[in-house]
Design a protein around this ligand. Structure first.
Ligand SMILES: Cc1cc2nc3c(=O)[nH]c(=O)nc-3n(C[C@H](O)[C@H](O)[C@H](O)COP(=O)(O)OP(=O)(O)OC[C@H]3O[C@@H](n4cnc5c(N)ncnc54)[C@H](O)[C@@H]3O)c2cc1C
Length: 453
């Protein structure tokens, strides 16, 4: 068996993957194209550069990102360790001095005796063993090569995401279940429908049109002129008063059981996970500021208390249709690309969303590459852990409508006992996750024991 691994991309995922594999005795070549070739968002030649915010999100384990970070800490994540080293005071969040953080990760990687950093652009995916972690701004040549690996229809270059809300935060005294014209799988209806009167519609429309938007980067502005098929809801709304109610908010085929009549307009929410605990807002891809999304979308009848687990976004993002491309055979989710072993994907390109999720997939791909190289079975992350739940989402979400996802409690299987209070419930999820992670921690410790040259 080979003891060599190539990792493409020296971002959060690539550094984590390289570090994990090298810590288990594998010789790693890490290929990073900067500073030779720049991306439109990175500004330095450091590894693990944070391209925007300096926050890695909440720390407490009863918050989804906090739990994920705790799991990663217990699995020996280099990104979490260096983020904690570079931490700034930020209340309950883990925010970092970005320069100190990137410099610390760069130093760890550059001085590791088993990692060799090569500053060049990878223009194709080599035969392997290789981990592709080239990020949302993957260079064009490599993206073309990924098209060949995944099939053209399975590689996306933009993200047009609609917000996702928890089912329990929807007021079902106002909203009703139904599918258009009564068609659909479930007798009671596949969608949750939020009915609007004419007055509701006009009030909502006015708020939507005057809400504050996120300014786009120049490169995104240029790209998005061609993005007609997935227009932001606020852009569509600006085309005329009726544009939305003849578009995504059309009420045809839907009767409100409380009035016995077709509403003036309807916002539909579609089930987003197997547990039916999350719903996405159909047609609501948007570029509004997150605080504005909360304010404006809570004007929709039935959504006054809506809890958003993901906000809508529009930006350049290279990612694969993970449920089609990644291997979920035997219920072990390895991040290995299906038909082209030994090739793994890691980082935002897998459809995991955000800094922490990107580093997590680097950790998983790096360790599973070690298992593969040693002829061992891959690590099996229980779906009761946030890690396992995210991997399950990536490999078994609805491939027809796949969207990137960040950690959230809606991905976890329900608890055996129903707890009404949210905080209590999230703490119970966290306790169960950390208990179930212990077997994986032991397996990782064993992998690291054998670091002989
Ligand atoms: C503009 C923008 C802003 C974002 N802001 C946030 C935010 O505020 N918070 C958050 O949580 N997430 C944010 N994200 C999402 C995501 O979390 C980050 O992009 C994260 O850095 C992704 O990690 P990664 O390792 O997958 O990719 P990256 O960190 O981008 O690393 C990929 C690396 O691969 C290199 N590379 C690309 N192509 C090649 C090639 N052909 N050969 C060699 N090297 C190559 C790149 O130079 C880069 O260093 C943002 C994304 C974008 C695009």
């Amino acid at each position: 068996m080979s003891d060599r691994l190539t990792v493409i991309g020296g971002g959060l995922a690539g550094c984590e993957a390289a570090w994990q594999a090298a810590s288990c005795g594998i010789n790693v070549t890490l290929i990073e194209m900067r500073p030779l070739r720049r991306t439109p968002a990175h500004t330095s030649d450091r590894l693990a550069e944070l391209v925007c915010s300096n926050s890695l999100g909440a720390c407490a384990i009863d918050r989804a990102l906090g739990l994920l970070k705790e799991e990663m800490r217990r699995m020996g994540s280099i990104i979490i360790a260096q983020a904690e080293y570079a931490a700034l005071p930020a209340g309950d969040a883990l925010a970092v001095d970005r320069e100190r953080f990137a410099a610390a990760v760069t130093a760890c990687i550059a001085t590791h005796p088993r990692i060799h950093v090569e500053r060049t652009e990878a223009t194709s995916v080599p035969d392997g063993p290789v981990i592709v972690a080239s990020g949302p701004l993957t260079s064009d040549a490599l993206a073309q090569s990924l098209v060949q690996l995944t099939g053209e229809a399975n590689l996306y270059f933009y993200d047009a995401m609609a917000p996702i809300v928890t089912a329990e935060s929807i007021d079902m005294e106002i909203a009703f279940r139904a599918s258009r014209y009564g068609r659909g799988e479930h007798k009671e209806g596949d969608y949750i429908n939020c009915p609007m009167t004419e007055a509701d519609y006009d009030y909502f429309l006015n708020a939507l049109l005057t809400a504050e938007r996120i300014p786009l980067h120049d490169f995104e502005q240029a790209d998005m002129r061609f993005f007609e098929a997935c227009l932001p809801i606020e852009v569509l709304a600006a085309r005329g008063r009726d544009a939305l109610r003849y578009g995504p908010l059309r009420p045809v085929g839907l009767i409100d059981p409380r009035t016995g009549r077709q509403p003036f307009a309807v916002v539909q929410l579609r089930q987003d996970n197997l547990a039916a605990s999350l719903y996405n807002m159909v047609g609501f891809q948007t570029n509004l500021r997150w605080s504005e999304q909360e304010r404006v979308f809570r004007l929709i009848p039935g959504m006054r208390q809506a809890e958003f687990v993901r906000f809508g976004q529009m930006h350049r993002n290279t990612f694969v249709n993970a449920p089609r491309v990644l291997d979920s055979s035997l219920c072990v989710r390895t991040l290995q690309a299906k038909r082209n072993a030994p090739v793994w994907l890691a980082g935002q390109i897998t459809g995991s969303e955000g800094y922490v999720g990107s580093a997590l997939t680097g950790l998983v791909a790096g360790l599973n590459a070690v298992c593969y190289l040693r002829g061992l079975p891959p690590l099996n992350f229980p779906i009761t852990t946030m890690t396992g739940a995210l991997l399950r989402y990536l490999t078994s979400a609805d491939a027809e409508d796949f969207q990137p996802m960040k950690a959230n409690f809606g991905l976890l299987p329900p608890l055996e006992r129903r707890l009404r209070r949210k905080r209590e419930r999230y703490m119970a999820f966290a306790r169960r996750a950390l208990r179930d992670l212990e077997a994986v921690q032991q397996a990782i410790a064993k992998l690291r024991e054998d670091t002989s040259p």
